[in-house]
Each structure stands twice: as C-alpha cells, then as structure tokens.
Write a protein that binds this ligand. Sequence first.
Ligand code: 5GP
Length: 191
Amino acid sequence: MQLLKDRILKDGKVRSGNVLKVDSFLNHQMDIELFEEIGKEFKRRFADQTISKILTIEASGIGIACIAARYFHVPVVFAKKNQTKNIAGDVYTGQVESFTHGRVYDIIVAKEFLRPEDRVLIIDDFLANGAALLGLTKLVRDAKATLIGAGIVIEKGFKDGGKLIRESGVRVESLAIIESMSEEEGIVFKD
Ligand code: 5GP
C-alpha cells in the first residue's frame, strides 16, 4: 500500500533493537484518514470472504480494527492483556511474549464473544516474531471458530513471524513489508 509506505518513510523512526517508532500516525497519535485507507485496503484484500468478527489485541490494534470494522460491518473484539495470575470466569486464554517489552503476558477473551460459528479476521499493527498473532490464532482455535486470515499493517519481513504463520496455513495480508531497516541505511520495503 503505497500511501502507507510513503508515510512510514516520512514519519517512521528506526530505533535501536529493530524497533520502528510510528507513534506520530499509527500507535500513539492516530491519523484516522490513513486508518480509513487501511480499513478499505483490508476490505479489498478480504472481499472474497465472509467475515463475522474482527479480533485484535490491546492496545495499539484497537483503533485500526475499529476503523476497519466500518468497512466490514462487523463487531470488534479485543484480547485483553491480563495482569493478574487469577484468570476467573469463562474465558479463552493464551500467552504472548512481548516484542517491545520482552516479557510474557496472558491474553484473554470472553467465551461469549468468540463463538464456533464466527468467521474471524485478525487485525494488528505489527507482525515481527509472530508471538502476538500466534496467541490470537490460539484463541480462535480454542473457540472452534473459523480463522479467515490476518490483516497486518506493518510486517517486519526480516523476522520469522510471517513465514512461520503463513507456513501454518494462515492467510496473512500485510500492507507494508519491511525487508530491512537500520538507523544508518533507513527502511527498505519488499517490492
Ligand atoms: P510479534 O509478537 O510479532 O513479535 O510482535 C508484534 C507485536 O509487537 C505488535 O502487537 C506490536 O505492538 C509490537 N511490535 C513489534 N515490533 C514493533 C516495532 O518495531 N514497533 C512498534 N511500535 N511495535 C512493535
């Protein structure tokens, strides 16, 4: 998606530890007009599919998923990052190792919001090692819902997550795939 790539080149900041800061338009301050274009593009790519629910993860996936949902006309469910060890109630759970914070946390979703008849599209801001996406796919599997695919805004193509998840049979549509990035050389996209 050229508009997105141009914006990443203009406003993205490469930080040490392979972190791309996109705080000025994607996951702190949010450019909603860009989000609308992102939502339209996800809809275009998954136009051949029936989707009943969008699943994302708090916090930075929520805004993107909500705007995308305007084009799919479906509800958004976000997995909550659980702080406590006591997981009470009727929930599906998974574990995710955070790329940015380097620790493991639990994710939960209430069983009532993910049903076997659901056809789920997962949406998230980044795909790096694939931990977040794998955690979300587990919730869908546990619910016996149908996973239609995953829409990712920025994929780090130099990390293993995309390959791993595609090889497991999940359709992954990434709007910008970064082939390489460094503070010195900047950002290079695939294609
Ligand atoms: P993964 O679980 O695939 O390793 O990483 C995906 C998650 O880590 C995303 O939910 C995203 O919030 C975060 N993340 C991964 N890499 C980056 C990055 O370079 N910049 C930012 N801002 N978030 C990232």
